[in-house]
Each structure stands twice: as C-alpha cells, then as structure tokens.
Design a protein around this ligand. Structure first.
Ligand code: AFP
Length: 345
C-alpha cells in the first residue's frame, strides 16, 4: 500500500475526527467490511470450496422467508455476518433477508445503539454461473430506551438510515459506502487484505442513455411503465429524441454499481405477478440502502410515485417497486406514472 493510498480504516478515522461519525458507527462499518472480505474469499473459491449449489439435504431444498430456495453461499454469508456482528458491542439487533424475524444481540454480549439489516448475498441466481453478486447493508439507530429490539423497532423510513453500503464480488471486490456525507468506493487489495479508497465522492450523471430492467416481464407491467419503456425503445425517432441502450445483470448490486460508476436508470417496477406482494425487491435491505447511496451521489430513488426514503415500512420483508439512478431519468419515469394516475383520476 503506497503512502498516498487511503485505507478504509484511515478514511473512517478521518470521518470521525471531522465529527461525521462516532466511534461506535466506525467500528460497526469496519466489522461489516471485514465480514465482506470473508464472504469475498468464499465466493471466490466457488466449486473449489464446495460452496456452489443449493443448501439443504439431498433433494430437500432449504426455503427462506421469501419462499426462495437458499444457496449454500446464502446461508454461509448470513452466518459470517451474524458471527462477525455478535460480540462487538455496537449493535442492539440485526435482521436479514434470510431470517424470518430480527434477532437481538445475544445476552452474553454487550448491546450497542445501532440496528443492522442486510441481504447477505444478493443475486443468488447468478452465484453458480460466476456472475457478480454482493452483500447489501443498512444501519439504523436503535430507538432510545430499547435494549431488546424486535421487528417493530426496525420499521423506520430510509431517511432514518445513518449508514448504508454494498460489497460487490466481481472481477474486483468493491465496497461502496455512505455515512451521509457522500458515497465512496473502496477496492479490496487482495495482497494486503485492505479496502483502499479508489473513488471519493461518486457522482451519478443527471442524464443517461442506459436503462436496466427485466424486459421479459414487459407484458405484466402497468400501462405507464409500458409507455415509459416503449418510448425508450423508440429512441431518437420517438418522444425522447435519443437512443437508449439496455443492460440487465439480474444482480441489483452489479446493476447499481454500474449506475453509480457511469449513470443509468435501474428499475424493478410493479407487475401483475409481484403486485400481490407489493413488488419484487425488498425495501429494508435492498431498496433503502441503494436509495441512500444513490441520493448521496446526486441521483434519485423512487417507487415510481414517491421518494423511496420517505416510504414508511410496514414489515421487515416489505417489497416495493424501484426506480433509481440518474436524477433526470428517474424523474422522467415518475412523470409517466403520475400523468397516468392523474388521467385515470
Ligand atoms: P436473487 O437474489 O433471488 O437472485 O434475486 C436477485 C434480485 O433480488 C436482484 O438482485 C435483481 O435485481 C433481481 O432480483 C433480479 O430479478 P429477475 O430474476 O426477475 O431478473
């Protein structure tokens, strides 16, 4: 590591000196980052580590609260994050995509003032095909006077987050973080084993010509979404007056990382398949942390009708429609929905 390189530890200490975070939150972020390093090693081993494929006994898939078959790496990543965060004294409780309910920190350990939510391994359907996956996390304050938090104490709007981030396990392992003062990227130096600051103050271009959506769901979309994407696909001959390109990795971390790096819009809209659940993506540990990171990088995040960070959660695994990325493009997508709703009266 050269003199000029700034490690995650140094970056966080400087944030603390500047009064932007306190020692407890600094420790929490360091512990989550260390857990991500261990997950990165496990993911990197793949078949050599015997970690590919479904969890559960032969022929007996293990199903999580989402009704999805768990991958071995889903379970392993969840265990790594639970173990790493149990004894540090910075948390009162935690919640995971892979667990039905939140868990208070075990009585044997000191409890802290924060609550941690995470999707231990996002993009599971890509694990066995060597496509980027990632860990997503969100940090909230534990309500004053609460020592044994339960699910209800986690139901705070995204605007209450004090930190959020993801770690993408791709050609590089990159941690992207906000503590409410910009969004910053750190690349794992595998030789040293440290995250090194590689982009301070990521900025998402306001305009874009790139969109990310699972187009195979088009026939199930609402009318305004059909119209919005229809006009994107008509390109410069259509009302948008410019051509758009499409990308879809089906790992939200990878799609959002591309958008934080070069702009674009990511959307997982409401469709008649997921409407009964309120959407496909989860608010607390997918949409909210990504919305905080995107807004801190000058972008926007919406449900298509409301600012994501203002949504009042009604359940730990609540799902929402998601539009996020380049500000002007998210506003364009929202305009299609609001115009339609106004016309429908
Ligand atoms: P998995 O973790 O079940 O693979 O889902 C990934 C995800 O939650 C998100 O990362 C993707 O953006 C989205 O679902 C992919 O959805 P499709 O499978 O419909 O493309």
């Amino acid at each position: 590591m050269t003199q000029a390189q700034i490690s995650l530890t140094r970056f966080l200490i400087e944030e603390q000196r500047a009064g932007r975070i306190n020692p407890e939150l600094r420790l929490l972020v360091e512990v989550v980052a260390r857990a991500c390093k261990r997950i990165s090693i496990a993911v990197g081993k793949g078949a050599l580590g015997g970690v590919l494929g479904e969890a559960g006994e032969a022929g007996q898939a293990s199903i999580n609260v989402q009704g999805e078959a768990q991958k071995k790496l889903d379970v392993l990543s969840n265990e790594i994050l639970l173990e790493a965060n149990a004894w540090g004294g910075h948390l009162a409780g935690l919640a995971s995509e892979e667990m039905d309910h939140s868990q208070p920190i075990p009585d044997v350990y000191p409890r802290g003032n924060y609550l941690l939510l995470f999707d231990p391994l996002d993009g599971s359907s890509n694990i066995d095909v060597n496509v980027s996956v990632g860990t997503i996390f969100s940090v909230l304050r534990c309500p004053e006077g609460v020592t044994t938090p339960d699910d209800a104490h986690f139901l705070q709007p995204g605007s209450a987050q004090v930190a959020a981030g993801y770690c993408v396990y791709g050609p590089q392992t990159t941690l992207v973080l906000t503590v409410g003062h910009g969004t910053h990227a750190f690349t794992l130096d595998r030789e040293v084993g440290s995250f090194i600051l590689t982009t301070r103050g990521m900025r998402i271009p306001e305009e874009t010509r790139e969109f990310a959506v699972n187009l195979s769901n088009q026939r199930f979309w609402e009318t305004p979404m059909q119209q919005y994407v229809g006009d994107l696909l008509r390109g410069k001959d259509g009302p948008r007056g410019k051509d758009f390109n499409m990308r879809w990795v089906a790992s939200m971390v990878a799609d959002v990382h591309r958008i934080l790096t070069r702009g674009g819009i990511f959307s997982y809209p409401l469709d008649s398949k997921c409407a009964p659940k309120g959407g496909k993506l989860r608010l607390m540990y997918e949409a909210n942390p990504m919305a905080f990171l995107v807004e801190q990088a000058g972008g926007a995040a919406s449900t298509g009708r409301a600012r994501m960070l203002d949504v009042q959660p009604t359940g730990l695994h609540m799902r929402v429609p998601v539009f996020l990325g380049s500000k002007a493009e998210v506003e364009a997508a929202v305009a299609y929905h609001l115009r339609h709703d106004a016309a429908a009266g």
